[in-house]
Design a protein around this ligand. Structure first.
Ligand code: RB5
Length: 147
């Protein structure tokens, strides 16, 4: 799978561990920055990454900041993006099955590396259930297109 990833300084350390983990799982990962632990503003990285996913250049995106909250707010403002902030594996699984989330947000200051790896592995593997969830996603898309 082609995956876009980004972080700010608060998510940089976790991102640098998640990238080789995803590559080892066989995914092609493109890093939209940041590229060091120097202080930056998360919108400068979250918006371009999410827009690239929304344009269809990547199947999925991963966004990491200190809490995961800032990047998730940004990503969810991009038309076509359904970003899920996850700190546990069950949420990562359910957001794929129910929300067909296309961006995963995590907090580098909230969860540990092993939890993040388990979340990422689950989120990349689990399918969308469709069925009764299709109509709910359609309502989100309708709102997204109308605004
Ligand atoms: C940066 O200090 C921090 O505010 C950011 O990483 C994130 O947690 C924002 O939501």
């Amino acid at each position: 799978m082609k995956i876009a990833i980004c972080s700010d300084h608060g998510g940089y350390e976790l991102k640098m561990k998640v990238i080789p983990f995803m590559e080892a799982l066989g995914h092609e990962v493109t890093d939209f920055g940041c590229y060091s632990e120097a202080s930056v503003d998360y919108p400068d990285f979250a918006f371009p990454m999410a827009e690239a996913v929304a344009r269809g250049e990547f199947e999925r995106g991963v966004a990491i900041c200190g809490t995961g909250i800032g990047v998730s707010i940004c990503c969810n403002k991009v038309r076509g993006i359904r970003c899920a902030l996850c700190s546990d594996v069950l949420s990562a699984s359910l957001t794929r099955h129910h929300n067909d989330s296309n961006v995963l947000a995590m907090g580098g200051r909230i969860i540990g590396v092993e939890t993040a790896k388990a979340i990422v592995k689950t989120w990349l593997a689990e399918p969308f259930d469709g069925g009764r969830h299709e109509g709910r996603i359609a309502k989100i898309s309708f709102y997204d297109k109308a605004r």
